[in-house]
Design a protein around this ligand. Structure first.
Ligand SMILES: [Zn+2]
Length: 405
């Protein structure tokens, strides 16, 4: 980073060479400093400043990359408004029922080919069955879907399309399994689909390790334990508490408590650190499954949501690959940020853009996590046979690519 004297020199030079984009970034940094926000420590700000000035001497590509990252990530809502400033409108965002929404229940739904607006329509269709069954206010469900869709960040992977994709997969499996009627009551099915659409709300595009290592205030709040999952669940519950989108307002107090008790653990089960535990609890519950037992139902819901959350390899190869590349992009961004911040680097996320490494990563991920997980789910829910077959097929496709080289 150079000595103090040369940095002062660079600082002077920097003022002269600033582009409008650079000026905008510097203004935001100054703004942050003035706000004296607890979300960005003075040390962090100083680091940003110093890096900025030292970057004046670095080639343009790298500098632009840094500016991009600082705008997209460091100055993203995570650091500005993640605490209690979620976007919410009390107006009535009318979402019409889409004409062709029957396709909402198919496997390989083309989520990535749809706009956010279209996905809201499909989402409304997905919850439509519950509207009459539970006497849910249609305006409230619309507001909730709208608020959720607006409070996912535009990360390469953890965005509203991912939230919807997970929900749609669970809905489609519900269509095949007569609404999970062997395992869940109708209200559990609703809790599962509500958990799904909100399970990554306002995800910052980095992992729990990053949150902990960067001493983010959310890591402090949740004592380094399932930091993001706790945050997503609390954020979803926050929306459900708002009178404008309290879709459970017609429920009795006891039923409301029940819904909350089903939703929170389902979202907490999406923490990859709990992968083994989620499988174990599911296996144990299934051995003597009782639909009256809410622990058993929780185990089922946690497993189902976790499966769908990492369920991209169950899609047809081209869809699965796009999602894979997106998650790899997000991982690469995190590694880059970790290096910039001087915090421990998550080496296992360093995949880069080397096709060989991507292949290794995909096959390894399928072998270690995805296949054992989905095979276990399939052993009790045989209707997901084509999901497991798709994973096996995708694995073969990756190997085939490897052989072509
Ligand atoms: Zn997710």
């Amino acid at each position: 980073m150079g000595c103090t004297a040369s940095r002062t020199k660079m600082r002077v030079a920097a003022v002269k060479t600033q582009t409008p984009q650079e000026r905008a970034v510097m203004e935001k940094i100054e703004q942050l400093a003035n706000q004296n926000t607890e979300l960005v420590s003075p040390q962090e700000l100083e680091l940003i400043r110093q890096t900025f000035f030292s970057l004046q001497e670095i080639d343009e590509t790298r500098r632009n990359k840094w500016l991009e990252a600082i705008q997209d990530d460091i100055l993203s809502p995570l650091y500005f408004s993640v605490q209690g400033e979620l976007k919410y409108s009390n107006e009535h965002p009318f979402i019409p029922i889409h004409e062709k929404v029957e396709e909402a229940g198919i496997k390989d739904f083309p989520t990535l080919g749809k706009t956010k607006e279209e996905l809201r329509e499909y989402a409304l269709y997905i919850y439509n069955d519950f509207i009459s069954a539970f006497n849910i206010d249609i305006l409230k469900i619309q507001r909730l879907i709208f608020a959720i869709s607006e409070n996912y960040q535009n990360n390469p992977f953890h965005n509203f399309h991912h939230g919807f994709c997970v929900t749609q997969m669970l809905y489609a499996i519900g269509v095949k399994t007569n609404k999970y009627s062997d395992f869940l009551e109708s209200k559990d099915h609703l809790a599962l689909l509500v958990s799904a659409i909100g399970h990554d709300l306002n995800h910052p595009g980095v992992t729990n390790a990053f949150m902990i290592n960067s001493r983010h205030s959310l890591a402090i709040r949740y004592n380094d334990t399932s930091v993001l999952e706790n945050y997503h669940a609390a954020t979803l519950i926050n929306f459900l508490e708002l009178s404008g989108c309290d879709i459970f307002s017609g429920f009795s107090p006891a039923e409301k408590v029940y819904m909350r008790k089903q939703i929170i653990p389902a979202i907490l089960a999406t923490d990859m650190a709990k992968h083994g535990q989620v499988m174990e609890t599911f296996r144990n519950s299934m051995e003597h499954y009782n639909k009256e037992n809410s622990d058993h139902k929780q185990a089922f819901m946690g497993m189902a949501l976790h499966c769908a959350d990492v369920g991209n390899p169950t899609l047809r190869f081209d869809f699965a690959t796009v999602w894979s590349l997106r998650v790899i992009k997000e991982f690469n961004q995190q590694v880059w940020q970790e290096e910039q911040r001087g915090i421990p680097v998550s080496e296992f996320l360093r995949i880069g853009n080397d096709i060989k490494k991507i292949k290794q990563n995909q096959v390894g991920f399928i072998d270690i996590f995805i296949l054992p997980l989905w095979r276990l789910f399939y052993s009790f829910v045989p209707q997901v046979v084509d999901y497991v077959e798709a994973i096996e097929n995708n694995r073969r496709q990756w190997e085939l690519i490897e052989k072509l080289e």
